[in-house]
Design a protein. Structure first.
Length: 239
């Protein structure tokens, strides 16, 4: 399949991310979740199309079925990003990807067409929330007891609908998306929470630091200036 070549500066970014990303421990075909999530969250959603065109030009995506599977994974990352940055930037990103997708590679499934805001959704969302936050959830729940709309949104929507659904992206891939989207918004408290979450689901300190460095490369590319940001060593005592 022929594909347009991304600008040289983007190719340099992809190369740098791939060289830094801890592929040996976190696995293949995960580095691009950092790129699409950080750049979309940083206000550069149109660059999702360049990333897609770069990826579909790789040997592992030589078949239409492989490209459709890739689309499902990229789309799921952007769907999860809705819960982190709102709908507009992820929607812009998927529209840009759709505009450069060949007709033969159209992937028309809907991952959540049968979703129900029911007891099973609540349990799934709460279970993942507790895994990530553990004992640190108690003071947040205390605040939610006063701000109940946000407690409901957190369990039923943010975690129930979006982040605890691991049918397409697993837990680690989900946290790569979440951490990238949060860092793009320069939210230090939540960066610390999700570095801690990454450790709690099995990522090593070294992997967390490498991923954070990858996200920072993307944000530098997007000309996003971050304030003081926690590192994994700062939250390790809480893990």
């Amino acid at each position: 399949m022929a594909s347009a070549k991304p600008p040289a500066e983007l190719l340099e970014l992809y190369t740098a991310i791939q060289s830094l990303f801890p592929t040996e421990t976190l696995g293949e075909e995960k580095w691009f979740f950092v790129v699409i999530s950080a750049l979309t969250g940083a206000g550069k959603p149109s660059l999702a199309a360049d990333l897609y065109l770069f990826l579909v030009g790789l040997p592992q995506y030589a078949t239409s079925e492989a490209r459709k599977a890739l689309m499902r994974r990229l789309r799921e990352a952007l769907v999860k990003m809705v819960s982190i940055v709102g709908v507009c930037r992820p929607l812009e990103a998927i529209m840009c990807i759709d505009a450069v997708t060949q007709a033969e590679d159209a992937e028309t499934s809907c991952s959540r067409e049968d979703w129900q805001c029911d007891a099973a959704n609540h349990e799934r969302g709460t279970s993942w929330l507790k895994k990530l936050y553990s004992e640190n959830l108690e003071p947040i729940d205390e605040m939610f007891s006063r701000q109940q709309d946000f407690g409901w949104i957190s369990r039923e929507i943010t975690y129930g609908l979006y982040l605890s659904d691991h049918r397409i992206l697993d837990g680690v891939e989900t946290e790569l998306v979440v951490l990238s989207g949060i860092m793009a918004q320069d939210l230090p408290k939540m960066v610390g929470w999700h570095l801690r979450a990454c450790r709690r689901i099995g990522m090593s300190m070294e992997d967390c630091e490498a991923v954070q460095n990858c996200i920072e490369l993307c944000l530098d590319f997007a000309v996003i200036a971050l304030g003081p940001t926690p590192r994994v060593k700062d939250i390790e005592h809480e893990v």
